[in-house]
Design a protein around this ligand. Structure first.
Ligand code: IPM
Ligand code: MG
Length: 370
């Protein structure tokens, strides 16, 4: 199979983890007889520095002509105070999600057996491991509601002086299509789906709940559906995560809960994601950010980036076998005790603590062994 991949490494640790992601994809290409053509492009702060915009036209052109987008991470303190539309997040990442209609964000939170000791919960709460799929709506809600900042001095009322507004907007079709994605995933798993909202307070959540109930009853009556308020869901995730299988939720709740879920699995450096459009076009990125504080030190964990490459193979190219091979290689590497610093414990021997590139090479080496 021949595929063209837009490679957008971005800022901070992005380039160093991307290098490892590509190393593993190259190994897959060689072992399974595929050709992956990489088209690298600047995105985020580095693109702003070079071209004056975090999502330059030539980057968009490369993405338009690619079969999938492989993304690292963007942002950093250097660009935080730019006008909103020029920041790496609001000028590049969110527009990419919007331009390509990447409404369905799949974030699997899995504990790899050997890492149970790195997880933040007591091991009895994680007996038998953990395998949750968070389905986050990615192109709606408060991230994309028209937001305005107004400088108005009000004479009356509780709002005084300058104020800011963000609109959390959801329409019925937006809720239906993400519910469908979650139901399809759920049908392949335990048929247990939890929808998370804040229907006791928010109108958008009341609509969310009603649409989810109607959709599931009508189309997937076999699915066992339950609902949870987001505050309770955070508490439940932190205390009894094994009650969840597939979670479906709106954009901001999914953002917050997926960071929490990653902490439960041991490290934010372990969680990949796939953002998919209705036609199956996708962007694949780790859920963590650009971690400027550790950039360039060879400390970053490249596994979320590598696993995101695996999701690209599976979801965009239909290469399930290859994607499984990556997961199995990672499992074997971890079983043999290799760790990056973030997932090491006091008991990890020094020679098993690998650098970013050491971990990438180890996964590639194990891929060729199996
Ligand atoms: C994520 C990130 C982004 C988000 C940021 C970088 C805009 O936190 O993908 O979870 O909030 O969606
Ligand atoms: Mg986030």
């Amino acid at each position: 199979m021949k595929k063209c991949i837009a490679v957008l490494a971005g800022d901070g640790i992005g380039p160093e983890i991307m290098k490892e992601g590509l190393k593993v994809l190259d190994t897959i290409a060689k072992s399974f007889g595929h050709t992956f053509e990489y088209k690298e492009a600047l995105v985020g702060g580095c693109a702003y520095d070079k071209h004056g915009h975090p999502l330059p036209d030539e980057t968009k052109a490369i993405c338009n002509n690619a079969d999938a987008i492989y993304f690292g991470a963007v942002g950093g303190p250097k660009w935080e105070n730019l006008p909103a539309e020029l920041t790496p997040e609001r000028g590049a990442l969110l527009p990419l999600r919007a331009i390509y209609g990447l409404f369905a964000n799949l974030r699997p939170a899995v504990i790899f057996g050997p890492l149970a000791d790195a997880a933040s919960l007591k091991s009895e709460r994680l007996k038998g491991g953990l395998d949750i799929l968070i389905v986050r709506e990615l192109t709606g809600g408060v991230y994309f509601g028209k937001n305005k900042v107004k400088s108005i001095a009000l004479n009356e009322g509780s709002v005084q002086g300058e104020y800011a507004v963000d609109y959390m907007i959801y329409s019925v079709p937006e809720i239906q299509r993400i519910t469908k994605v979650a139901c399809e995933a759920s049908m392949k798993r335990s048929k247990k789906l939890t929808s998370i909202d804040k229907a006791n307070v928010l109108e958008s959540s009341k609509l969310w709940r009603k649409v989810v109930v109607d959709y599931v009853q009508k189309n997937y009556p076999q699915i066992q559906l339950n609902h949870m308020y987001v505050d309770n869901a955070a508490m439940q995730l932190a205390t009894n995560p094994k009650q969840f299988d597939v979670i479906v939720t709106e954009n901001m709740f999914g953002d917050i809960l997926s960071d929490l879920a990653s902490a439960i699995t041991g490290s934010i450096g372990m969680l990949p994601s796939a953002s998919l459009s209705e036609t199956g076009f996708g962007l694949f990125e780790p859920i963590h950010g650009s971690a400027p504080d550790i950039a360039g030190q060879g400390k970053a964990n490249p596994l979320a980036q590598i696993l995101s490459g695996g999701m690209m193979l599976k979801y965009s190219f239909g290469l399930g076998k290859e994607s499984n091979a990556i997961e199995q290689a990672i499992m074997a590497v971890l079983e043999d005790g290799y760790r990056t610093g973030d997932i090491a414990s006091a008991a990890t021997p020094k020679d098993k603590i690998l650098s970013t590139s050491g971990m990438g090479s180890k996964v590639a080496e194990y891929l060729t062994k199996t």
